[in-house]
Design a protein around this ligand. Structure first.
Ligand code: NCD
Length: 304
């Protein structure tokens, strides 16, 4: 197998705890208010084949604030619509002068394929149902702003886990650091096989049981775009899995409530819980900027 280009960030699964800690350390050194021009003269290409608000805008702000030039290429309105292949699009962006490509793609493995064929770093901004490493890093960064260590934390991940790249990357990262994770959702969103994702994972179908006494409640959106026509009983889902105030109260008093966004109010959350004092959802988004500043600086060999 061809080795991916140096500096690429493709997933959490194959990173060591030391490598993950280095990314988090780097993020702590970044100051979005007073950024250093570490990326002056660099060209950052944002290649998005899927919708994005947070990931795309925070990568763009991170890159620009460090002096890089950014170019956004969306699948609609580009030659991708005309049928250009993934690799040909990559070669094109390289020829235009890309120094790094940040890519979001509906298929698992697309960023790896690109990183194996280009001589510039590729950053995975979410690939299908596979991984979303930068989200996992900003979530770990956020957890560590509230909790001393990840080791020993009790964490409930609730919702559509099967279709979620966020869940996969979070599970890889948090188990590497010794968190105790309980996954919770209906069988169609959480097959029994999910315990094989990482050692020590627990599964429960009862949300009350999942959140009981935990330090972190991590709620996921139902990935409707990945259901492939599978019917979903919304009322049943809401009754059994929606995070409401009574369920949050079952967690520890100082528990934090997380969600990668976008939040669909009235579905995975009641309106009040999305904004409850324990919610760190906006903070997660905010933390995306220094975390992605560090990731870009490292990819381009500019991290000290
Ligand atoms: C997530 C994604 O795209 O995987 N969003 C994000 O990047 N914060 C989660 C989602 O879409 O539900």
């Amino acid at each position: 197998m061809t080795k991916p280009a140096r500096g690429s960030l493709l997933g959490i699964e194959n990173l060591t705890p030391a490598e993950i800690s280095a990314y988090l350390q780097l993020a702590r050194k970044m100051n979005p208010q007073k950024p250093k021009p570490l990326l002056k003269g660099k060209r950052v290409f944002l290649l998005f084949y899927e919708a994005s608000t947070r990931t795309r805008s925070s990568f763009e702000v991170a890159a620009k604030s460090m002096g890089a030039m950014t170019t956004l290429v969306l699948s609609s309105g580009s030659s991708i619509e005309k049928g250009e292949s993934l690799l040909d699009t990559g070669y094109t962006l390289r020829a235009v002068g890309a120094d790094v490509i940040v890519i979001r793609h509906p298929e698992a493995g697309a960023p790896l394929l690109m990183a194996q064929h280009l001589d510039i770093p590729v950053i995975n901004a979410g690939d299908g149902m596979h991984e979303h490493p930068t989200q996992a890093l900003l979530d770990a960064y956020t957890i560590l702003k509230h909790k001393k260590t990840i080791k020993g934390l009790k964490i409930a991940i609730v919702g559509d886990i099967y279709h979620s790249r966020v869940a996969r990357s979070a599970v890889y990262l948090l188990t590497k650091f010794g968190a105790h994770i309980t996954l919770c959702g209906p069988p169609e969103f959480l097959p029994d096989l999910a315990t094989t994702l990482a050692p020590g994972l627990q599964i429960t179908r009862s949300v009350e049981e999942a959140v009981h006494g935990v330090d972190v409640i991590y709620v996921l959106r139902v990935q409707k775009e990945r259901l492939g026509g599978q019917a979903l009983s919304v009322n049943d889902y809401i009754a059994r899995y929606q995070m409401n105030a009574a369920r949050v109260r079952l967690a520890k008093k100082d528990a934090i409530v997380m969600h990668p966004g976008p939040v669909i109010r009235g579905m995975e959350f009641t309106w009040d819980v999305a904004d409850c004092p324990q919610s760190v959802i906006v903070e997660e988004v905010r933390n995306g900027v220094p975390v992605r500043m560090g990731i870009l600086a490292k990819a381009l060999g500019k991290a000290k």
